[in-house]
Design a protein around this ligand. Structure first.
Ligand code: AG3
Length: 282
């Protein structure tokens, strides 16, 4: 697991011996934070690589292939997203993409691990000023507790967490989905990353099943993400009357996107056939 001296590469091992790796130019550092093991590398071809508990969080070159599909489909399907909550996302990439939308009045980000925020801020060019934006509010704390106790309501809730195994497991529980549903405005959208389509299929099915118990409608989609065992899955929960199959192309034009293509929004929904069939059966 992790850094391989012989290959001079960082390799993340997924179940069944499936690996995703990057050649490393320099090992920048490794530390145990209060919550997890954090590693940072300079890769040969993809800029810096951030790893938490042995799992790739992002590479600087290509991180938009994750942050764009996580943020923009829900933001553009919502008719007027003004207040957004982000859970996790300590590197600031999700917050940065949210703040590109002119409708935003407030974006609250709740990240449990301050070290992730600090390391990203100091070493990586991901947040690009997002934390200094007056519309942004950063809370260092437990997202589960925050969502249970807050009096605030949101138009969009985005969960940018680690895998649905280990510490982030709670963020994929029915109880958590219920709290999120309650804290959405009458018309609201919830999105979570939901793991590798091929290698975490059971986790995807479990989360889909539990979200369907809570939300008025649930959509799934997949996207090829640089650095992860792709395709990667995403789950969207709808509260109220919002059509997630349609996005606002007018607002999309101003964004100049690189990976997610709003004009081909329908292509987002492709899933390998057997996975779609499994999802339809849950
Ligand atoms: N959030 C992590 C997604 C999960 C990656 N899992 C994995 N490599 N096994 C990404 C943080 C970026 N803001």
């Amino acid at each position: 697991m992790g850094f391989n001296e012989q290959e001079n590469a960082f390799i993340e091992w997924y179940p069944r011996g499936y690996g995703v790796g990057f050649k490393v130019k320099e090992r920048l550092f490794e530390t145990q934070t209060k919550y997890q093991r954090l590693e940072l590398y300079e890769t040969e071809g993809f800029g810096k690589l951030l790893v938490l508990d042995g799992t790739v969080q992002l590479v600087e070159i290509g991180e938009e292939s994750y942050h764009e599909p996580l943020v923009h489909p829900v933001m553009l399907a919502h008719p007027n997203p003004r207040r957004v909550l982000i859970i996790g996302g300590g590197d600031g990439g999700t917050l940065r993409e949210v703040l590109r939308h002119k409708t935003i009045e407030k974006a609250i980000m709740v990240e449990i691990d301050e070290m992730v925020i600090e390391v990203s801020r100091i070493y990586m060019n991901v947040a690009r000023g997002a934390f200094e934006d007056p519309r942004a509010e950063l809370i260092v704390g437990d997202g589960v507790e925050y969502l249970k106790n807050t009096d605030e309501k949101f138009d969009v809730i985005i969960v940018d967490s680690t895998d649905p195994v280990g510490p982030a497991k709670m963020l994929f529980s029915e109880g958590f989905f219920r709290n999120a549903y309650e804290k959405l405005n009458d018309n609201g959208l919830y999105i979570t990353q939901a793991g590798s389509v091929y290698l975490f299929t059971n986790e995807l099915l479990d989360a889909y099943r539990d979200m369907r118990k809570v939300f008025d409608e649930v959509h799934y989609f997949s996207f090829p993400v640089i650095g992860y065992a792709s395709p990667w899955s995403f789950l969207v929960g709808v509260k109220g009357d919002i059509n997630f199959r349609k996005v606002d192309l007018q607002r999309a034009k101003e964004l100049k996107l690189y990976y997610y293509d709003p004009e081909r929004h329908e292509t987002l929904f492709q899933m390998p056939k057997y996975v779609r069939e499994l999802l339809e059966k849950v």
